[in-house]
Design a binder for this molecule. Structure first.
Ligand SMILES: Nc1nc2c(ncn2[C@@H]2O[C@H](COP(=O)(O)OP(=O)(O)OP(=O)(O)O)[C@@H](O)[C@H]2O)c(=O)[nH]1
Length: 299
């Protein structure tokens, strides 16, 4: 008699230092664009769930902001998100950037992960870069983490992803799926729209501004019926200073129009209805020190 196929099911937290490639890896694993990526560190602020459902089971990924030790209020919130993901998950996908040497921060992160007692799947990412540090990093991980294996990936080129999935499913406990099998993310439309606008804005702005930016959706309304259905959205790109406002708007409004066009084009690929976006810029001084905003943003 054939044995019953045992399904795997787990919440898996993707944890690593800023810019290790966590969001890119999540997208490669789930095959859909679920988390924004950027070349500026610490662009991920929320726990974003990407869901991978296969015959062998279901993995629900929690993306976290890069682990970064700092006393500043903003970073403390970020760390709260990392810690709560660690509490909620059944296993950790620990992402290490093979192009950067190990340091104190990495050691602290390893201490935190090993103390959690959760199974760790160790990923050495950016292996397309042929880094001079790779050999030393491997040795460091073997001594300090004692992993069963280290999976080498290029999240960017989608290499090593099948092997990584195999390792994660192997580490996952048995259980029934937690979401319907056609779900690939449980983010609310409002959150996804804000994240995509933020990604488009960040890609246009200079190094200092991205961290001073968040996107607020102030109104949404579904208009029309059937094929003609449209979602009308009013959103604000919010910055900290008047001088930054001008930089986002650009000469003659060129920049904000470009951000709007790019965001709409991407949103129209994701949603089954057309998106009509009214995009504006406003100033909210020191929003990063305001508890109520941070609490609303970091779920
Ligand atoms: N060469 C190379 N670059 C990569 C790879 N994976 C990610 N990157 C790049 O590294 C940068 C950071 O990637 P993200 O996926 O945003 O990193 P993250 O760890 O989510 O970043 P935070 O949200 O800041 O913690 C981006 O410019 C990516 O294109 C990879 O496998 N190879």
């Amino acid at each position: 008699m054939a044995g019953k196929i045992r399904m795997k099911s787990a919440f898996a937290a993707i944890i690593g230092r800023p810019s290790a490639g966590k969001s890119t890896l999540l997208n490669a694993l789930c095959g859909e664009k679920v988390s924004i990526t950027a070349s500026v560190p610490q662009t991920t602020r929320n726990k974003i769930r990407g869901i991978l459902t296969e015959e062998r089971g279901q993995l629900v990924f929690l993306d976290t902001p890069g682990y970064h030790n700092s006393d500043r209020k903003y970073n403390n919130y970020m760390m709260g998100v990392v810690n709560s993901s660690l509490d909620e998950c059944e296993l950790v996908v620990y992402v290490v950037d093979s192009t950067r040497p190990m340091g104190k921060e990495e050691q602290e992160l390893i201490d935190m992960l090993t103390a959690s007692g959760k199974p760790l799947v160790v990923v050495l990412n950016k292996c397309d870069s042929n880094s001079q540090y790779k050999k030393d990093i491997r040795a460091f991980l073997i001594v300090n983490v004692h992993p069963e294996s280290i999976i080498e990936t290029s999240a960017l080129k989608k290499e090593g992803i099948d092997e990584l999935k195999e390792a994660i499913f192997k580490a996952a406990p048995e259980g029934p799926p937690m979401y319907p099998d056609d779900f690939y993310t449980d983010q609310e439309p409002e959150f996804r729209i804000a994240e995509i606008i933020r990604e488009k804005a960040i890609s246009k702005l200079s190094q200092e501004i991205p961290h001073a930016t968040y996107v607020e959706i102030s109104d949404m309304e579904m208009k029309g019926e059937g094929d003609k259905q449209k979602l009308w959205v009013r959103a604000f790109v919010t910055v900290e200073k008047e001088s930054q406002k001008g930089m986002v708007i650009g000469k003659g409004g060129d920049q904000i129009k470009q951000i709007r066009r790019e965001a709409v084009s991407e949103l129209n690929k994701i949603f089954p209805y057309k998106i009509q976006l009214d995009l504006r810029v406003k100033v909210n001084p020191k929003w990063r020190t305001k508890d109520y905003l941070l609490k609303g943003m970091i779920k």
